[in-house]
Design a protein. Structure first.
Length: 256
């Protein structure tokens, strides 16, 4: 648990290996083991509560459904995670957008600079998340939606590390976590997040459907990355987190 918070947040908790950079994620960040990946949804629950608190403060300051309130929630997540997963999203999209064999795509992801595809993806995700947070009705539904969406994003990280998914060549973080997540861990977190999602919308079926669809989209992206890169990297995990969080927030914002 301490390792999960050390890797997934700015909290200096726990001990662990240092990721030397490259396809594993941002240089110097703590690299997770299989056990810390299993605990990442707990980190998502805590981060979701922090985002919900910022959203509530924004509602109080700017009024319901204010884009500034949604932006406050997104900025809180950025500060608490140091943008780690957005960096992974940008690198993954740049890798997917280049031509050539897997080695060429992985080299692009290791370069560290962000190309037009990556910059565009980050812009869309930040705008979508801000607007989706702002669209949540004030009060308990907004809190439940924030916690559900951010935790579901971390369940996508567990999904990326499930058994049978290989690591891409040269990815130190991917080698540490690929294939480490058992079906029981994945199913347990899936049931927990879908159960929580029932509280986020007035229709009890909507939340579970949204989470299921978001995780299916993440699974499809992960499978495509495995075909394109030869396996997963830490960047792919970050991209799965941001994709699932964004789709969950958007789906939970839909009202009858």
């Amino acid at each position: 648990m301490a390792g999960a918070f050390a890797f997934g947040t700015v909290i200096p908790a726990g001990r662990g290996h240092r990721d030397p950079g490259g396809t594993g994620g941002t240089g110097g960040s703590r690299a997770p083991s299989g056990a810390t990946v299993s605990a990442l949804p707990v980190v998502g629950l805590a981060l979701g509560l922090a985002a919900a608190a910022a959203l509530a403060a924004g509602h109080w300051a700017f009024g319901p459904h204010s884009l500034l309130a949604g932006t406050a929630a997104v900025c809180t997540l950025l500060l608490l995670t140091r943008g780690l997963h957005l960096d992974g999203l940008a690198d993954t999209v740049d890798g997917l957008g280049c031509y050539g064999p897997p080695e060429r795509a992985l080299a692009v992801m290791r370069e560290g600079s962000t190309g037009p595809f990556g910059a565009g993806a980050v812009t869309v995700v930040l705008l979508s998340q801000s607007a989706a947070f702002a669209a949540q009705p004030p009060g308990w539904p907004a809190t439940a939606a924030a916690v559900t969406a951010v935790a579901a994003g971390r369940v996508a990280a567990v999904l990326a590390g499930r058994r049978g998914v290989p690591a891409a060549a040269g990815s130190s973080l991917g080698a540490m976590v690929a294939g480490t997540q058992s079906p029981m861990v994945l199913v347990g977190w899936f049931l927990a997040v879908t159960g929580l999602s029932v509280l986020a919308t007035p229709r009890p079926w909507q939340g579970p459907v949204v989470v299921i669809l978001a995780l299916l989209c993440a699974a499809a992206m992960i499978s495509h990355c495995v075909r394109r890169f030869g396996g997963i990297t830490g960047d792919v995990m970050g991209a799965a987190i941001e994709l699932t969080t964004s789709l969950s927030l958007i789906g939970l914002a839909i009202r009858p």
